[in-house]
Write a protein that binds this ligand. Structure first.
Ligand code: ZN
Length: 670
């Protein structure tokens, strides 16, 4: 499929509008004008001539009872279409997702096939999309924020209906985006560093043999894990921070990436052939211990993602840039609001107070990598090994977990009847991976809780994750089955369902009848949430700054983009972090791999922490987990502020997180 040129329908629109108005009356004038404009904007030559357009509009414009009937018909078929398509996809992935029988080579082909991938294209080709655009106005985020509170539920459902068809992206553009995303994913997925081959100035190896660290996740988690060693872990942490700096500044020698055959001193950047072999295989015969730096590949990949996604801009009815689509369309939160929320956390006077607590616990001044401080200790007073035992005994297989759903839900605070109903709507499957929650998409179908069950049954880690997934499944089940319009099923964005999952997850020990939480667990949990929000809020500001810069400099080279990223990272650091960490111009915030391959996703993490805190606090305050989760999950996909307003009485914001932090600091003092 290729793009065919748009045709000029201005004159036709005028004539058709007059004919429609004569038929439906002057009261329909605005709807007619808007509908025709929307169809004309995405109508292309291959959709038909001007007279085809006219014939189409005259046949499909509806008003009054006919409009209601049209909307009901669309909602009915879309539920069926999406719901059954979802079931087919689930079956195609069944043997790849579930730990049932061994996988066949065929399963890779099956799981890679998406039967719904061409739905929107087909809907434009057969004109279903145009029927929607002709009859229902698309709305900008500004309009939804302005008057959404006054809209009826049906009006909101219609807004969601138009959202499905507000873009008509040509196949070659979709392909370009997929290719750029794929190239970035592969670049990131193979960015391994072999820590045993890092040497210090004395030639010492600090890390154990065979340790392969994927940037940035494993680097950061290795750094975090070293806090348990106190001062002994400090040289390791400093070395990891140095490695991160080399990656961000692209001064890392290309020869050390994903290569266990050379040794590297990250401080001096010298590279030498390694005498230690801690990886499978043999070194290549043409191995060169070359100190030449990676040639800005990191920024080349990011730039390609930007250039690809920018090609979508002209094909979107509303939200004409990727930044608009990311904030206005997907998060439904204006970027200025989001930035203010992030800055409110970063600039909060609480940062200094929490930094002081950390400094006191570490017994040394903070260093930049302490943005990843992980020493706040919540959790059980009993060991993980004994929790493993309890869990293994209770849940030897998926069936045992399924049978326990109803009693667990009662223990969490749901009434007997609701708990039994939810349990009948959630299936439990043994997952290959760590687990996930897969909601249904039509009301005749059930949600699936996928959980990891080892040979000896479930372990505590698996249980903890399964309880998190159960939270998702409960939200999915209420919001699909109890919302008044199918088009409104779900929550405003992923942060909201994550919040409910966290509420469940935090109660996992209660479900195991463990009442021996560590003293001060609540306060420790709050401080931990605050510190990670502060950290990821800075990364989010860097991510946003980078995308704004790219749009302002669409012709930049990778080298120019690198300089810009370094400057943006330093600016954010100097403003919000340097005052607490005693070092300026640090670029560590730009280490996140998401910046390279996730198209402006990072802010979701920070905003998610804030939303989670609001929802948790509200549930704690009311003390009615079951009733409140049900009420909140049936509000449906409104805008985030409207949802939060109806759920908790407040718009989305960081205040709950800040309040919890202040109260935790108070408790520590006692
Ligand atoms: Zn989750």
């Amino acid at each position: 499929m290729s793009t065919s040129p748009a045709i000029d329908l201005t004159a036709t629109c005028g004539a058709v509008a007059a004919a429609l108005e004569a038929r439906h009356g002057a009261a329909q004038r605005e709807r007619i004008t808007v509908g025709l404009r929307q169809v004309a904007a995405l109508w292309q030559g291959r959709d038909g001539t001007a007279s085809d357009f006219e014939e189409f509009a005259l046949a499909h414009f509806a008003a009054g009872a006919a409009l209601d009937a049209l909307f009901a018909r669309l909602e009915f078929v879309l539920e069926s279409l999406h719901g059954h398509m979802h079931e087919i996809s689930r079956d195609l992935r069944w043997h790849s997702d579930l730990d049932l029988e061994s996988m066949l080579p065929l399963d890779t082909i099956l799981s890679g096939y998406d039967p719904g991938a061409h739905f929107v294209d087909d809907a434009f080709d057969n004109k279903l999309a145009f029927v929607v655009l002709l009859n229902f106005p698309s709305t900008s985020l500004a309009q939804r924020l302005d008057s959404g509170a006054l809209w009826s539920r049906q009006r909101w459902a219609q807004a969601r209906l138009v959202d499905l068809f507000s873009r008509r992206i040509p196949a070659h553009v979709t392909l370009a985006v997929a290719e750029a995303a794929g190239a970035s994913d592969r670049y990131i997925a193979s960015y391994n560093l072999w820590a045993h081959h890092w040497v210090d100035d004395q030639g010492q190896r600090l890390f154990e043999a065979g340790k392969k660290l994927l940037s940035h996740w494993n680097l950061r988690d290795e750094l975090k894990s070293r806090y348990a060693q106190g001062a002994d872990g400090l040289p390791h942490q400093r070395m990891i921070a140095q490695v991160m700096d080399r990656i961000v500044t692209q001064t890392i020698p290309a020869a050390v990436i994903d290569c266990p055959w050379v040794d590297w001193n990250p401080a001096t950047n010298t590279v030498t052939p390694s005498s230690v072999h801690d990886a499978p295989g043999t070194p290549p015969t043409d191995l060169r211990a070359d100190p030449a730096a990676e040639p800005d590949t990191r920024y080349q990949r990011l730039l390609q993602c930007f250039q690809a996604v920018k090609q979508m801009d002209p094909f979107c009815l509303v939200a004409p840039t990727h930044i608009d689509r990311s904030f206005d369309d997907e998060r439904q939160l204006p970027i200025d609001r989001a930035v203010r929320m992030l800055e409110d956390v970063c600039a909060s006077p609480l940062v200094g107070r929490v930094a002081h607590v950390i400094q006191h616990r570490l017994g040394r001044p903070l260093e930049p990598f302490d943005v990843w401080y992980s020493g706040f200790r919540a959790g059980a007073g009993v060991s993980e090994a004994s929790l493993d035992q309890i869990v293994q005994l209770r849940y030897p297989n998926a069936q045992a977990f399924k049978s326990a759903l109803a009693p667990m839900l009662v223990k969490l605070g749901f009434g007997e009847e609701r708990a039994a109903w939810l349990a009948s709507r959630i299936e439990v499957d043994p997952a290959r991976g760590s687990g996930h929650a897969m909601g249904a998409q039509r009301r005749g179908d059930n949600a699936r809780l996928r959980t990891r069950i080892g040979a000896r049954g479930m372990d505590y880690k698996g249980f903890n994750i399964a309880v998190h997934e159960l939270g998702h499944n409960v939200e999915q089940t209420f919001s699909l089955n109890c919302v008044d319009h199918w088009l409104l099923n779900g929550v405003p964005n992923t942060a909201f369902t994550e919040a409910m999952a966290f509420v469940f997850q935090a109660l996992d020990l209660k479900l195991l009848d463990q009442t021996t939480e560590r003293p001060g667990s609540d306060a420790e949990r709050s401080l931990s949430a605050f510190w990670s929000t502060y950290e990821i809020a800075g990364v989010s500001l860097v991510d946003i700054g980078i995308w704004q810069w790219m749009y302002a400099h669409p012709d930049a080279t990778a080298a120019q983009l690198k300089e810009a990223v370094l400057q943006i990272a330093k600016d954010v650091w100097n403003r919000y972090y340097a005052p607490h960490f005693g070092q300026r111009d640090c670029v560590l915030l730009a280490i996140y791999s998401h910046i390279v391959h996730s198209f402006l996703y990072v802010p979701d993490y920070a905003i998610g922490h804030m939303i989670a805190c609001q929802i948790e606090q509200h549930i704690q305050k009311t003390g009615k987990l079951g009733e409140e989760i049900e009420r909140m999950a049936t509000l449906g996909r409104l805008s985030p502020d409207l949802w939060m307003q109806q759920a908790t009485g407040q718009p989305v914001g960081p205040q709950a997180l800040l309040d919890a932090t202040a109260s935790a600091l108070g408790k520590l003092k006692q």
